[in-house]
Design a protein around this ligand. Structure first.
Ligand code: GSH
Length: 253
């Protein structure tokens, strides 16, 4: 059995939201690997890792490291693994069925997240930080506000003032345009980054889009817009991945 550590929201019926954890949940679900989520609040991640000797998964701009989820514990190997890419590669090497890192594509897949970060994520961050904060339980909220306000040198409420939203969402739209263009070159009807074959690059895109979906909600105009952009490309991708969008077992969304 595999344990997947994740940070909960305060909403008991939909606790999952963390994009980095969703990458691994999607990999586990895609590969059909049984697992169970263990919830841990932000301020407790450090102690958990210290106690179990789990290496840090995050790096601050000053170069120092910090502990992060996702973390998995695999009872088959008695191993803890942290950092989403390392976990994904570990799962690929231990459980190679339904490969997400096809031979010959490793370099392209490993560098994919930097591209996605540059084109899309950096525009999404300011828009998402406050909505994420509002969903967290009090202990995580306090930690999140302190660490993020230190990182961004702004109050969370000032990261994306309402009057700036149209401009910021337009940047997100243009970022997604620039990801859609190379995908269109594979063929407009092809759903995945490498055309017909699902890889970890698609998992990365879907996990970050799930972050938006689960944080803002499916009824928001922002989410509906994303689904419709680029001739519905993102909507089609998300619909395809719905079969792996569950927490722990397929009956729990
Ligand atoms: N490089 C790490 C980054 C993971 C990460 O930043 N996780 C966030 C949750 S989405 C976290 O645990 N942050 C802990 C903190 O901010 O103290 C990965 O890809 O797994």
């Amino acid at each position: 059995m595999i344990i997947l550590y994740d940070i909960p929201t305060s909403v008991s019926e939909s606790r999952d939201w963390s994009p980095n954890v969703w990458k691994i949940r999607l990999v586990l679900n895609y590969k059909g690997l049984p697992h169970k989520t263990q919830w841990v609040d932000y301020p407790d991640i450090h102690d958990l890792c210290q106690a179990r000797g789990i290496p840090p998964g995050g790096r601050k701009p000053d170069g120092s490291s910090f502990h992060t989820v996702p973390i998995i514990y695999d009872s088959k190997t008695l191993c803890y693994v942290s950092d989403s890419l390392q976990v994904a590669q570990y799962l690929e090497s231990m459980y190679p069925n339904r490969s997400l890192f096809p031979v010959g594509l490793n370099a392209a897949i490993l560098s994919f997240e930097d591209l996605w970060l540059d084109k899309v994520l950096r525009h999404l961050f300011p828009l998402m930080i406050l909505p994420v904060y509002l969903k967290l339980p009090p202990a995580s909220q306090k930690y999140f506000r302190t660490t993020r306000e230190l990182r961004y040198k702004k109050k969370l409420e000032d990261l994306a003032p309402l009057q700036e939203h149209p401009r910021l969402w337009d940047q997100v739209r243009r970022g997604l345009d620039s990801m859609s263009r190379p995908m269109d070159a594979n063929g407009k009807e092809k759903l995945f980054w490498f055309g017909n074959k699902i890889t970890y690059a698609d998992v990365v895109m879907v996990a970050w889009l799930l972050w938006v979906k689960r944080t803002l909600g499916t009824e928001t105009s922002e989410w509906r817009n994303i689904l419709s952009w680029n001739n519905g490309r993102w909507g089609k991708l998300m619909r395809h991945f719905e079969q792996w969008e569950f927490v722990d077992n397929p009956s729990r969304l």
